[in-house]
Design a binder for this molecule. Structure first.
Ligand code: NAI
Ligand code: MG
Length: 499
């Protein structure tokens, strides 16, 4: 354990340069074995702000060796000692939250006030939450036979590979590394190509307190760095958040090794607004649920909003007015509500969906807010939020994950129709219903096919509450005690014959 305080660097550009071209393996920052790097771009300006190490097979192997070497001693610490270290990491990260939030805003285009700063503090919160659960790694005694003491115990899996996306890289990383570490595993994170820097900073800060090799991070692309991490014989578990397509590739690779995977994949989450709903609260819920401040780049985005016909027109007017009042601009500016899309590829993808909607007969695109006029942002990947009306639930825009600030508002008359449309989806991640009627609310909570159902609110994933999708939205749970026990430990049964 080095236990030094890192010097705070609140200039995100300088910090980005400082972290350029580096991986963190065995407690040490180092370049990729090949020496190769790729550019990290500020999506608000198009400027290259840093490079990232282009990790590959040799780096995966070095990280697995370091993790294997460290894991035994880590697992032999008492659970509460591991928990205490995680809580300590959380405390240390609170001191770095501003610096890390600004770095995240710079590399992802997510606005500092509405998104990036909030996310940086959620990391500390998640580590603190799981640190406190260490003593819950319990087994059971089983009344199998009076002359045999029979019990179960929880053991770490060993080395965990955590592959993370760019949309909420820090929080989603924390939801994986915290339970894995507290349970006694060593972890290797593979960051997303688009957002390697803030994640590296978090891991670097934590490495000031953790034994070397327990927590490592690689950057690199999916096939070149992520896939070798999954297939490496030393990795005993993979946890992934990202696209359905990549989730299936990872699942296949893991099946060949017969190792467990947790998959948090996409969504097309419905929001049902009944005729008796509190309209203003539902509007606020739609703004929050669509994650407009994150440019809609969320797997739980309320991207299908079913509104009772009696409220439909008022709903559109009010929602449009709310989103119009949001400010798009420089992600590092405190006044900014909405920043940029992450990358040119995602920008093109979102624009092509909008174009498809706009050329569909009967559809109306309500464009909201205003693009920034600042010359410095002329190359920024800004997309005006779009509310579509007049699109059917079987249209591609209502079926496929857009991952942009685009939602389909669909009118309904009958509750049963709304429910049927909500469930008519390949996905099943999250759902909300807005009503003052308790019977309708309860009925919907039973019948909505989604892993996370809320009535009259639209919160994001919360530490302490199990979170995970039905259908194509994934396998397994995150964020809770259950997630740590079921997904990051083996359960061993032991019998002692006392006859
Ligand atoms: P992706 O699923 O390809 O990337 C996520 C992570 O997986 C990245 O770290 C990437 O390097 C890694 N990866 C990619 N291919 C891999 C492979 N063969 N083996 C191992 N790791 C691999 O997602 P991408 O391409 O960034 O975004 C495409 C779409 O995916 C988005 O438009 C969105 O619809 C969805 N998505 C969903 C997310 C969610 O939170 N559920 C997060 C990010 C993307
Ligand atoms: Mg991909």
């Amino acid at each position: 354990m080095t236990d030094q305080n890192l010097v705070l660097n609140t200039t995100p550009h300088a910090l980005a340069r400082e972290l350029s071209g580096l991986l963190l393996i065995g407690g040490e920052l180092r370049p990729a074995a090949t020496g190769k790097t790729f550019d990290v771009v500020n999506p608000a300006t198009g400027d290259v702000i840093a490079t990232a190490a282009d990790g590959g097979e040799r780096d995966v192997d070095a990280a697995v060796r370091a993790a294997v070497a460290a894991q035994g001693a880590w697992a032999r610490l008492s659970a509460r000692e591991r928990g205490r270290l995680l809580v300590e990491c959380g405390r240390r990260l609170v001191g770095h939250a501003e610096e890390i939030g600004r770095l995240l805003a710079l590399e992802t285009g997510k606005a500092i006030r509405t998104e990036s700063r909030v996310e940086a503090s959620l990391v500390a919160d998640t580590l603190t939450f799981y640190g406190g659960l260490a003593s819950e790694l319990k087994g059971e005694t089983v009344p199998f036979h009076p002359k045999m003491l029979t019990f179960t115990q929880r053991e770490p899996i060993g080395v965990v590979g955590a592959i993370i996306p760019w949309n909420v890289p820090l929080y989603l990383m924390a939801l994986k590394i915290a339970p894995a570490l507290v349970a006694g595993n060593a972890v290797i994170v593979k960051s997303a190509e688009e957002a390697p820097l803030a994640a590296l900073r978090v891991i670097q800060v934590m490495n000031q307190l953790l034994p070397p090799g327990v927590l490592n991070i690689l950057s690199g692309d999916g096939p070149g760095c992520g896939a070798p991490l999954v297939t490496h014989p030393g990795v005993g578990k993979v946890t992934f958040t990202g696209s359905v397509e990549t989730g299936k590739i990872i699942s296949h690779l893991a099946a060949d090794k017969l190792i467990p995977v947790t998959l948090e994949l996409g969504g097309k989450s419905p929001m049902i607004v009944m005729g008796d709903a509190d309209l203003d609260k539902a509007i606020d819920g739609a703004v929050a649920g669509m994650r407009f401040t994150r440019q809609g780049q969320s797997c739980t985005a309320s991207s299908r909003i079913f509104v009772h016909e009696s409220l439909h027109d008022a709903f559109i007017d009010k929602l449009k007015a709310k989103v119009d009042a949001m400010t798009m601009g420089d992600p590092l500016d405190e006044a900014t509500d909405i920043g940029t899309i992450i990358s040119p590829q995602q920008f093109e993808r979102v624009q092509s969906y909008i174009a498809l909607g706009e050329t569909t007969a009967g559809a109306i695109a309500h464009r909201c807010s205003a693009l920034p006029t600042d010359e410095r942002l002329a190359r920024g990947l800004f997309v005006q939020p779009v509310l579509f009306t007049g699109l059917a639930n079987d249209h591609r825009l209502a079926r496929e994950e857009i991952f942009g600030p685009v939602t389909c508002v669909i009118a309904f008359r009958d509750y049963e129709d709304a429910l049927a449309m909500a469930n008519d989806s390949d996905f099943g991640l999250a759902a909300t219903i807005w009503t003052r009627d308790l019977r309708t609310a309860l009925d919907a909570t039973r019948r909505l096919q989604a892993g996370f159902v809320q009535v009259n609110q639209n919160l994001v994933v919360q530490p302490g509450l199990s979170y995970g999708g039905f259908k194509q939205s994934g396998l397994g749970k995150e964020a809770s005690l259950e997630a740590m026990l079921d997904h990051f430990t083996h359960k061993k049964t032991v019998i002692i014959n006392m006859d």
